[in-house]
Write a protein that binds this ligand. Structure first.
Ligand code: NOJ
Ligand code: NOJ
Length: 574
């Protein structure tokens, strides 16, 4: 038995830790996961021969599945982990790896590929050969989360270097890479994208959430280094992204992962989005779906419960205990099994929540999050519980146990040398699909860090407001209105809306709200508008700085009373 061997020298743990099994697992797995991750990075990683300097292979597996490529998403998430560890002082040996990554991404960005050149969409290309040439086979492209995730990692690095007064390197080396990515995000976020699982071509919550973060962080960095020409357009698009983010909320109490795809929409996509946009300074803010927000907790519960009946290794496990989870319950890829990185993500969201509740000295139970909190205290009621109350103690201890339970599941199905593949079998927990998945190792390290109370740098999620309000039903006297307009556009043109109320930018074309073309030629947006109000509006067509208004007269609707079902307005461009 693996853990017994190591228990003897595992005394250290943090104040909240309750599970000695998890303590033991983390002590042994942490260095193995770090080593496994570094083995997959060129030029000298022991399992990544052929990968150039700073290139992250997804996995050494070169057949069934062939993952011996470098994905922009996986690489960025791996380097976000490395950069966090270095900048937070957890591992001071990683600086050379970070420099190599920066060098590699500067090259990768410039490679013309089937998605385009750097100026015509090439930044949306999902993966490259490990010798930094284009992959030209058929693939689900573009995937628009890559540039956002890469800039998030590089901005974390830039902010650290600024704190060390190294602004020359930031301005001369990092900023050009970041600016390429963020201009791409600002210009293309409302175009359809393959989701992070490379399957569904529509709009995707994960992609939208990390894009929103990237532009907010980009604006802060731009201001910090005096690159202010981008600030206004990036701010406008960040606001539009925040607005669009709300539209994924589903009144059944969870976030629908994709606008397309025809599935339940219950998906690790949303849990990953929450942990990769965690900002402790934003508390339990619901607008950005922070890990401890009522919407994100309700979503987590819905997601986890979706796997109870689909994997036989989950059978017989109590309803309030952890289970193995995967990408989404309908998944059939490589057998459709649980994924380590998905199960770790659940633990991480819960550990992030504990960080915030402990820091703020209270937790809040709403009608939306009540079913989640009832897992730990069946008699808990809606309300706010200070850390001095027994309810707070009971619930935080219960959440800690529940979170640790997800790590225990992974521990149970980790072989003795600590290898983490992509999937583990739904019937017996043995390893399946790609071996030594770099992202699996990164997901272990970030979950372990969160359990230890380590808080990543803030990215600016606090004190945001949205003209869209929240769509979780807790807002004021508003009603969600979806505007669909049938509009044929040429390349470069986008459709916006503005109108007579604050939520429609008071007729200001410069800050008009961008519609999504995921269902082109139908352009769509959902906006929370004042209830029972006569509202005038128009669509506008923009191409760069050129603006075309619809012909007169203004369009007009009377919004329904508050508390009504959502309302849809179908128009044709005029
Ligand atoms: C390969 C992709 O990497 C994977 O995410 C997807 O599920 C399969 N192709 C099937 O489309
Ligand atoms: C398939 C996963 O679905 C995708 O998210 C990932 O980027 C690739 N495998 C490479 O790990």
């Amino acid at each position: 038995m693996l853990f017994a061997t190591f228990c003897g020298f595992l005394a250290v743990s943090n104040a909240w830790a309750q599970s000695s099994t998890v303590d033991a697992y983390i002590s042994t797995e942490s260095p193995l996961a770090k080593a496994g991750l570094l083995a997959n990075i060129g030029p000298s990683g022991s399992k990544s021969s052929g990968a150039l300097s700073g290139i992250v292979i997804a996995s050494p597996s070169n057949v069934n599945p062939d993952y011996l490529y470098t994905w922009t998403r996986d690489s960025a998430l791996v380097f976000q982990t490395i950069i966090d560890q270095f900048t937070l002082g957890l591992d001071t040996t990683l600086r050379g790896e970070i420099d190599n990554y920066v060098g590699a991404q500067a090259i990768i960005q410039q490679i013309s590929n089937p998605s385009g050149t750097i100026t015509t969409g090439g930044l949306g290309e999902p993966k490259f050969n490990i010798d930094e040439t284009a992959f030209t086979g058929a693939w689900g492209r573009p995937q628009r989360d890559g540039p956002a995730l890469r800039s998030n990692a590089l901005i974390t690095w830039a902010n650290f270097l600024l704190s060390e007064n190294n602004s020359t390197y930031v301005t001369n080396t990092l900023w050009p890479i970041i600016q390429n990515d963020l201009n791409y995000v600002a210009e293309n976020w409302n175009q359809s994208t393959f989701d992070l699982w490379e399957e569904v071509d529509s709009s995707s919550f994960f992609t939208t959430a990390v894009q929103h973060r990237s532009l907010r962080q980009g604006v802060q960095l731009a201001n910090a280094i005096g690159q202010t020409s981008v600030v206004s357009s990036w701010t406008t698009q960040a606001e539009n992204l925040l607005c669009f983010l709300q539209s994924f909320w589903n009144t059944a109490g969870y976030i629908t992962a994709n606008t397309g795809g025809g599935r339940s929409g219950k998906d690790a996509n949303t849990v990953l989005a929450s942990i990769h946009t965690f900002d402790a300074a934003a508390g339990c803010d619901v607008l950005t779906f922070q890990p401890c927000s009522d919407a994100a907790l309700s979503n987590l519960l819905t997601y986890v419960d979706a796997f109870r009946s689909v994997y036989s290794i989950n059978s017989g496990i109590a309803e309030n205990a952890a289970v193995a989870t995967g990408r989404y319950p309908e998944d059939s890829y490589q057998g459709g099994n649980p994924w380590y990185l998905a199960t770790f993500a659940v633990a991480e969201q819960l550990y992030d929540s504990l960080i915030v509740w402990n820091a703020q000295g209270s937790l809040n139970v709403t009608s939306l999050s009540l079913p989640f909190f009832q897992l730990f205290d069946s008699s808990v009621a809606v309300g706010t519980y200070a850390s001095s109350t027994s309810t707070f103690t009971t619930i935080t201890a219960g959440v800690q146990d529940y979170a640790d339970g997800f790590v225990e599941i992974v521990a149970q199905y980790t072989p003795s040398y600590g290898e983490l593949s992509e999937q583990y079998s739904k019937t017996d927990g043995s390893q399946l699909s790609a071996v030594d998945l770099t992202w699996s190792y990164a997901s272990a390290l970030t979950a372990f860090d969160a359990r230890a109370g380590i808080t990543p740098a803030s990215w600016g999620a606090s004190n945001l407001t949205s003209t869209c309000g929240t769509s979780t039903g807790s807002g004021g006297d508003t009603v969600a209105v979806t505007f669909n307009v049938d509009a044929t556009t040429v390349f470069g043109e986008n459709i916006y809306i503005c109108g007579s109320v604050d939520a429609l930018q008071n007729w200001d074309p410069d800050t008009a709200l961008l519609l999504s073309s995921a269902d082109y030629p139908i352009w769509s947006i959902t906006i929370n508008l004042p209830a029972s109000t006569d509202i005038q509006y128009k669509y506008i067509r923009k191409d760069g700085s050129s603006i075309t208004w619809e012909s007169d007269p203004n369009m007009e609707i009377t919004t329904p009373a508050s508390g009504s079902e959502s309302y849809t307005e179908n128009d044709t461009w005029r």
